[in-house]
Design a protein around this ligand. Sequence first.
Ligand code: UDP
Length: 464
Amino acid sequence: MDSKSSPVEMFFFPYVGGGHQIPMVDIARIFAAHGAKSTIITSPKHALSFQKSINRNQQSGLPITIKTLHLPDDIEIPDTDMSATPRTDTSMLQEPLKSLLVDSRPDCIVHDMFHHWSADVINSMNIPRIVFNGNCCFSRCILENVRKYKPHEKVSSDYEPFVVPGLPDKIELTALSFRFEEKSFGIVVNSFYDLEPAYVEYFKQDLGNDKAWFVGPVSLCNRNIEDKAERGQKTSIDEGKILSFLDSKETNSVLYISFGSLARLSPEQLLEIAYGLEASNHSFIWVVGKIFQSPGTRKENGIEENWLPSGFEERMGESKRGLIIRGWAPQLLILEHTAVGGFMTHCGWNSTLESVSAGVPMVTWPITAEQFSNEKLISDVLKIGVKVGSVNWVSWSTEPSAAVGRDKVEVAVKRLMGTGEEAAEMRRRAGELGEKAKNAVEEGGSSFIDAEALLQELKSVSRI
Ligand code: UDP
């Protein structure tokens, strides 16, 4: 860095698609808004899903660009997919990344943990490396203490609960799956101090992670309707239709249901959800994403469609009780609408935090990865969620079953969306957290200050 006034130059290397790419692109935009010269490194195909919003940022004067890594013969890396074991391998980007880093020397690179090979490449170039793993602080504390104390080795089966030692709260878990990062300069976390203060303190003080910057909720950098509507992918339904459905509903009366970008539910499970929703008598928007097709049920040229009870969609449409979206939904637009009063979620960290930011309580339905610990945070620590009763951790390669029956769906929806004391309390707490989330990213808020602190630290390092 030549002078005090020259901007910090940051590279961001998001994972390919899904729930890791989306927040990392937002993080790049946030640092650009803080004055860093930000470059997002990606493949040509993956750039397409966020090119437009970056163009808008450029037009409004933000110092942000996209740099694409090309492979020989224009080979492309597929989107991450739950059927890949465990994740899409991106190591073929190693050589293009190396060449890029030989030509340019940013002050740091923020990379996704799933580009696990990139740590060596970046370290060998002596560029400060910051890891993004997409989780909250709570899950990270659990990860560190499970690694340290190995409580899972003291139980007799994967189903027997164990208490994670050393945490600010008594947290019981069963099966876990985590990965680690080492020799990095630090980490950026998509969370905010007031959401999990005891865990941020514990993580920094007790676990000794002082180089951790909490800059979220990053989704709140999407301030205009286009950015919200186009985030991640193009939506599969006209957003006007969604908004007019929501506009016709009372405040807090609609349940939003989505299981994120990766999860594949079985047709039998979808059927149980449909029956449970119908019996609950509450209005809903249900995003049906990927459907698991066992080879025996696959149709010649498409998806099996008979996963809904007979006449369900017609009944829901005629009574205007429910809207089904097949494919990609504009999640931020939906969650932020005042008619939405609950979110049935798989507890992916982005969805969780987006719900918190919108002040919306949840029905928690974890499926895999760290979603079970996120459920504990939502329901047991923050007390803004009702557990649907999903207890089986499903690995990437397992064939999903109908693990949660219709009765459980109905009960959980009624508890969350009903008029009882419990629901009102959860809604009140969620509303308070939503306000704190918004304050965190405003000037002077904790996440705003953390982003500035990281830039200052990078400046001082690059001048040594
Ligand atoms: N998302 C969306 N529309 C959809 C499905 C997902 O906008 O139809 C977004 C959602 O807002 C979130 C991300 O995709 O930002 C999903 O991330 P999460 O961590 O919740 O789950 P994952 O997809 O990684 O399992």
